[in-house]
Design a protein around this ligand. Structure first.
Ligand code: P6P
Length: 329
C-alpha cells in the first residue's frame, strides 16, 4: 500500500527516524542527527542536479560564475556538500568518499562522533549530461568501542553496517533507507522540502522478470556468467540504465536481478565494496532479497583497502539463487 502522504498527518523522514529512535533502548539520538544531515545533503544535491542542465546551457560550467567562484563539476560539488553536512553533524570520525583517495579523519573533538560514513556522493555521474537518473549511495558503521578509532573501524565486513541508503535523482527524488528494521522509501516533496514516506516496508518479489547487466562486456564474462545470461535472456526482459542507483531501485521495486560481475577485463568487478556493494547488498537484504558475488554473500566480503572492488549480483532471492547454481555447477 502506497502511503499517499495526503492529509494533515504527513510522515516525514525526520518523523520516521525519530519513531525508529524511540524503539531503541536508551538511544543517544546520534544516528537520528546523522541521518538528518544526510537527508539535508540529498535535498541540496537534488536541487543542484535539477539545475545542472540550465547551468550548462548558460555556459557557466567550467568557468567562474557571477560571484567569481569556479563552477564545480556536479560530482565534486556533491562531495563537498556531503562532507560539509557530515562534519557539521558532529557524529562522524571517518569519512570514506568515492571522490577522495584518502580517508577523511575528523580531528576536532568538538566535531568528532562515533560513526563512519562511506559514500559515493554522485554515482553514475557520466549520465548527468543526458538527463539519466543518478544517485547518492551511503553506508554507516559505528566505531568498535574496545579500541581507539582506526582502520579496523573502516576496513571491515559488510555485516557491521548499522544503516545504509541511496537517494535517486530521477523523474522523482526518492531516498531509500534502512536502519536494520526493513527497507523504507521517502519521496521528496519539493514544495515543502521534505522527504515523505511513500514506500513503507518495501519487500522485493522473490522472483522477477528482468535481468540487468552490461552485455557489452559479454566477451569478458566467465563461463558461469555467460551460461546464466544465456539462460535468463530466453525468459526475461533486459533493462540496463548504467546508473547503479537506478538499476537497483527498479530491481527493488519490480524484482529481478542486477549484476556487475568480475570478468577478464575487471578482475575484481567495477563496483566499490565500501560505498556501492555493501550499502546496496544491505538494503536489498533488508527487503528480503539477496546479494552475492556468485560464490559468497556480498556482505561477507572483507575489503583490503577503502577503494577495493568486487563483483556483485543482487535482487530477488530466487533469481540470485539461480545465478549461484551456475557457479556451483
Ligand atoms: P558500465 C556508474 O559509472 C557506475 O559506477 C554504476 O553506477 C553503474 O552500475 C556502472 O558504473 C556502469 O558501468 O561499465 O556498465 O558503464
Amino acid at each position: 500500500k502506497i502511503n499517499t502522504g495526503v492529509g494533515t498527518d504527513l510522515i516525514t523522514m525526520t518523523r520516521w527516524v525519530l519513531d525508529q529512535q524511540r524503539k531503541v533502548q536508551d538511544a543517544s539520538g546520534d544516528l537520528t542527527i546523522l541521518l538528518t544531515a544526510i537527508q539535508f545533503g540529498c535535498k541540496f544535491v537534488a536541487s543542484k542536479v535539477k539545475q545542472a542542465g540550465l547551468i550548462n546551457l548558460l555556459g557557466l560550467t567550467g568557468s567562474s560564475n557571477v560571484q567569481g567562484e569556479d563552477v564545480k563539476k556536479l560530482d565534486v560539488l556533491a562531495n563537498d556538500i556531503f562532507k560539509n553536512a557530515l562534519v557539521a553533524s558532529g557524529k562522524c570520525c571517518f569519512l570514506v568518499s568515492e571522490e577522495d583517495e584518502r580517508v577523511m579523519v575528523i580531528e576536532d573533538p568538538s566535531f568528532r562522533g562515533k560513526y563512519i560514513v562511506t559514500f559515493d556522493p554522485l554515482d553514475g555521474s557520466s549520465n548527468i549530461d543526458c538527463g539519466v537518473s543518478i544517485g547518492t549511495i551511503f553506508g554507516i558503521f559505528k566505531v568498535h568501542d574496545d579500541h581507539a578509532p582506526g582502520s579496523k573501524d573502516i576496513i571491515r565486513s559488510g555485516r557491521d553496517l548499522v544503516a545504509a541508503g541511496y537517494c535517486m535523482y530521477g523523474s522523482y527524488v526518492e531516498l531509500i533507507v534502512s536502519v536494520g528494521t526493513g527497507l523504507h522509501g521517502f519521496t521528496l516533496d519539493p514544495a515543502i522540502g521534505e522527504f515523505i514516506l511513500t514506500h513503507p516496508s518495501i519487500r522485493i518479489p522473490s522472483r522477477g522478470k528482468i535481468y540487468s547487466i552490461n552485455e557489452g562486456n559479454y566477451k569478458y564474462f566467465d563461463e558461469p556468467t555467460k551460461k546464466y545470461v544465456d539462460s535468463v535472456k530466453t525468459k526475461y526482459s533486459a533493462r540496463y540504465v548504467g546508473s547503479m542507483v537506478a538499476d537497483v531501485h527498479r530491481t527493488v521495486l519490480y524484482g529481478g536481478i542486477f549484476g556487475y560481475p568480475a570478468d577478464s577485463k575487471s578482475k575484481n568487478g567495477k563496483l566499490r565494496i565500501l560505498y556501492e556493494v555493501f550499502p546496496m547488498a544491505y538494503l536489498v537484504e533488508q527487503a528480503g532479497g539477496r546479494a552475492s558475488t556468485g560464490k559468497q554473500d556480498a556482505l561477507d566480503i572483507t575489503p583490503r583497502h577503502i577503494h577495493d572492488r568486487s563483483g556483485v549480483w543482487l535482487g530477488s532471492a530466487d533469481d540470485v539463487a539461480d545465478l549461484e547454481a551456475f557457479y556451483r555447477a
